[in-house]
Design a protein around this ligand. Structure first.
Ligand SMILES: NC(=O)c1ccc[n+]([C@@H]2O[C@H](COP(=O)([O-])OP(=O)(O)OC[C@H]3O[C@@H](n4cnc5c(N)ncnc54)[C@H](OP(=O)(O)O)[C@@H]3O)[C@@H](O)[C@H]2O)c1
Length: 440
């Protein structure tokens, strides 16, 4: 039953958890992957026992229902130095710091975020539209081996359907969203309205929960940089920059409805957060590539690999990004997830954060790929000609006209680990093979 975290099979209660034997037993159970509930007479006493596990309880009165908060080891003398965090079950509210809700858990980004949070010791509650769809969700079942993971049914269009998933959570990562990058026939109904309405729907659940200390909203760099800019280059844009909706709706670049949806949902989320006292941070990632646990990916990875795969629709998406942004801003998925977690945990973080490790162009990517993966490319044909053949007569940029700056994120202590095309593509090409986008 969703929400019934106490029913998990690997749960042990140890009484007198700060005692000599019980401390060692708690440690051993944690080491073996159990979730542990323990009791002490005075949970308010944070003084660590000299040779044992220090424990604090949410409430001592009902050990069967209450979970320890973060536990840390004070190792026995001579023992190997170690520390660990216990995760409490996702269904439990209270003051513990490690329960996160991730919406849209079977998606490309959310799957990787769920995995990272579990690996870092969080209990995770995630939502999918159809939990019975085994094809879409089987990787989430596998992720359950990493830690406490509960899956809930929720739809952005159904008011209140996120209530159970968010209840008791400390952090809410809003990742689910319609992702029609190239504008569809009915953009208002398919992209713009559901994006804004769905974001507010989840935020209302956060207010109802009353436990969420930080909402992390995944928007996109497209809310930042689609605006008239004079000259050929040298434009450095930061979080003060907004895509200009008058310009976007007049010019109608191929991704215009996606851009409008991101600007409107961010502004609506900021207003709502202010009115309801929610601590909100917003990430604006560039084109995100890299391996995810998700077995199918619909937009960014196919676009990132389009030059190798030759897939015309994916190449059109990539071209749509370059022509609208004035660059192809790239971030690796692993870095994006690390940034999401950092911004959740950094109390002083606030506002928008661009998350982009470098800015490049289709031609730079194509030259790099032709050199690194010649088996996928007909090297006899000039790359620019080939790209033009594949995608019409539009001009391709030699250098980025626009550079998105992630300096604000870096000031929060973040360091990108994937800083070059080489680092980003190594993983992405392997993932593309596994997805069937590229041949082995
Ligand atoms: N990938 C990128 O390069 C990139 C870059 C910048 C920003 N972003 C943003 O990051 C977020 C996630 O993107 P992604 O690449 O991970 O896309 P994705 O793989 O398509 O994931 C989107 C998720 O949203 C869910 N969803 C869509 N409509 C929904 C609805 N009405 N109710 C509930 N769930 C719904 C989908 O569920 P179903 O499986 O049921 O359809 C899916 O789980 C999006 O907001 C996207 O705009 C992505």
């Amino acid at each position: 039953m969703p929400g019934a975290g106490c029913a998990a099979k690997k749960t042990a209660c140890v009484t007198g958890g700060n005692g000599y034997i019980a401390s060692a037993l708690v440690k051993m159970l944690l080491d073996k992957g159990y979730a542990v509930k323990t009791t002490v007479r005075d949970p308010g006493n944070e003084e660590p026992h000299p040779h044992s596990v220090s424990v604090s309880l949410v409430s001592p009165s009902d050990p069967v229902r209450c979970w320890g908060r973060a536990l840390s080891y004070t190792p026995l003398p001579g023992a190997q130095q170690s520390s660990t965090i216990i995760s409490r079950p996702a269904s439990m509210g209270g003051a513990a710091k490690k329960t996160a809700c991730v919406t849209g858990g079977n998606g490309y980004i959310a799957s990787a975020l769920v995995k990272m949070l579990l690996e870092e010791g969080y209990a995770v509650k995630t939502t999918v539209r159809d939990p019975d769809d085994t094809e879409k969700n089987s990787h989430l079942m596998e992720l359950k081996a990493l830690g406490p993971l509960e899956i809930f049914r929720a739809d952005l269009d159904d008011e209140g359907s996120f209530d159970d998933a968010v209840a008791g959570c400390d952090y809410a990562f809003l990742v689910a969203a319609p992702v029609n990058i190239i504008t569809s026939d009915n953009p208002e109904k398919e992209q713009i309205e559901p994006s804004v309405r769905g974001t507010l729907n989840v935020m209302r659940s956060c207010v109802k929960a009353g436990t969420v200390r930080r909402v992390v909203l995944t928007s996109a760099a497209s809310s930042v940089c689609i605006r008239p800019l004079e000259g050929d280059g040298g434009h450095v844009l930061d979080e003060d920059s907004w895509s200009d909706l008058d310009y976007v709706t007049a010019e109608k670049p191929p991704i215009w409805a996606y851009v409008v949806s991101k600007v409107l949902l961010e502004k609506a989320a900021c207003r709502f957060a202010q009115e309801h006292g929610i601590s909100l941070v917003i990430l604006c990632p560039g084109l995100t590539v890299g391996a995810s646990p998700a077995p199918k990916v619909y937009s960014s990875v196919p676009a990132g690999l389009a030059i190798l795969s030759g897939d015309e629709a994916a190449l059109a998406t990539l071209k749509g990004i370059e022509s609208s942004f004035g660059a192809v801003p790239i971030v690796d998925l692993h870095d994006l997830c690390r940034a999401e977690v950092l911004l959740a945990e950094t109390e002083t973080a606030s506002g928008r954060y661009i998350c982009c490790s470098f800015n490049t162009t289709i031609l730079e990517i194509a030259r790099f790929l032709a050199d690194k993966y010649p088996q996928y490319i007909d090297v006899d044909v000039d790359m620019k000609k080939k790209l033009l053949l594949l995608s019409g007569d539009e001009e391709l940029l030699e250098k980025p006209r626009v550079r998105l700056s992630s300096a604000k994120l870096v000031k929060e202590g973040f360091q990108f680990k994937y800083n070059t095309l080489h680092e980003v593509y190594e993983d992405t090409v392997e993932y593309g093979k596994a997805l069937g986008i590229l041949r082995y």
